[in-house]
Design a protein around this ligand. Structure first.
Ligand code: SF4
Length: 375
């Protein structure tokens, strides 16, 4: 099961000019919640067979047409990450990828590692126009990884798929779950990945929703310690290291720039700062297998359904989406934090803990300065 942290596929580059109020940079589309795995942290609480009400092929193609409304002539379109469940469970997957690419939409896939993910299927993905795939690796050995994925043999199959994807010329992102029981294994996972070819490693800091509510998040202090480790490791790593639902990783970048002598104005103008502001509802939108639209798969508040309302309208104009793009509406520490524009905290974790997506991110221990430093 990959849906839990299929965020930020490696082929999607940060774009400092992207107007998040007009268009998401990445559309996560859960084509189905059918999946052959039953992972302990599954956001989608996936099942072996498709659920009733899954979008039909013609409904899905209508959604692709609708996505074109995000860009005016000559503007870049969002990137579509087709996830699940397991997108390989959709019999019309090739048709949907072809329809997306024909419309100028870049496509990545987040397949589950099951017997469906064969060498032939991975090369087929490249042939039909998929740009990148993400694979989940939650431990440095079979005991750790298969213990999370709940299917023996998944670890070996994941490493094999990683190498085949590189052979096929696909960009690969590896996603790793970070919880209080898995964090200590991160250095070993890094050592393992360093011996393979990938574009990006994403550390997904658990949010307790779906089956993930059975696992335990790190404490804020531990999270900070591992983010600092990731920052140090990332300086030498042969691939990019990013985080998912631990936006305060960006605060560490900002504070490192300040320590290096940059002014606050220079930090705000840093090419990464605008792109780093991407977060649930602000550069990201999620479509469920039944067409429900929410700010992300981890923030399960529905703003409407693509069967009866334009995705463009739901993203741009609904009250929740607008509030998530306005850091001045954030509450608690996030509401007064000098980093709120390009960090902003995990809105999904705020919601999971408090029921209010505008509240402070409980995983961040930072005490804001409350005033912007002098230029
Ligand atoms: S307080 Fe909120 S906005 Fe500030 S660094 Fe922490 S998570 Fe980010």
């Amino acid at each position: 099961m990959t849906a839990t942290h299929a965020v930020g596929i490696g082929s999607v580059k940060p774009n400092a000019d992207w107007a998040y109020e007009r268009a998401p940079m990445i559309i996560y589309w859960e084509l189905t919640n059918a999946c052959g795995l039953a992972c302990r942290h599954c956001r989608a609480t996936a099942m072996p067979d498709p659920a009733p009400g899954e979008l039909t092929t013609s409904q899905a193609i209508a959604v692709l047409d609708d996505m074109l409304g995000f860009a005016a002539e000559g503007e870049a379109l969002p990137h579509v990450v087709m996830t699940g469940g397991d997108p390989l469970k959709r019999p019309d997957l090739a048709e949907l990828v072809a329809a997306a690419t024909a419309r100028g939409l870049g496509v990545s896939l987040a397949p589950a590692v099951t017997p469906l993910l064969t060498r032939e299927k991975i090369f087929w993905m490249k042939e039909i126009g998929v740009q990148a795939i993400s694979l989940s690796l939650d431990g440095s050995n079979a005991a750790y990884h298969d213990g999370v994925r709940m299917v023996p043999g998944t670890f070996d199959a994941t490493i094999e798929a990683l190498d085949i994807a590189a052979d096929a010329g696909l960009s690969v992102q590896v996603n790793t779950l970070v919880t209080d029981t898995t964090a200590a294994d991160l250095p070993a996972v890094y050592e393992l990945l360093s011996r393979h070819t990938l574009m990006q490693w994403s550390l997904f800091f658990l949010i307790s929703i779906g089956r993930g509510s059975e696992l335990t998040e790190l404490s804020p202090g531990e999270a900070e310690r591992w983010l600092l480790w990731a920052q140090r490791t990332g300086r030498e790593a042969p691939f990019r290291i990013k985080t998912t639902e631990a936006m305060h990783y960006r605060r560490l970048l900002g504070s490192a720039l300040l320590r290096a002598g940059k002014s606050w104005g220079e930090v705000e103008q840093h090419p990464m700062s605008r792109a780093f502001g991407i977060r649930d509802g602000n550069g990201i939108v999620f479509i469920s297998h039944q067409g429900d639209v929410s700010p992300s798969g981890f923030l399960p508040v529905t703003v409407g359904n693509v069967k009866d309302t334009s995705l463009v309208e739901l993203y741009r104009d609904t009250e929740l989406m607008r509030s998530l793009r306005d850091p001045d509406q954030f509450k608690g520490r996030c509401g007064v934090c000098e980093y709120r524009k390009w960090c902003g905290g995990s809105r999904a974790r705020a919601y999971a803990w408090t029921g209010d997506p505008l509240e402070a991110d409980p995983l961040c221990p930072y005490q804001p300065r409350t005033t912007v430093p002098a230029q």
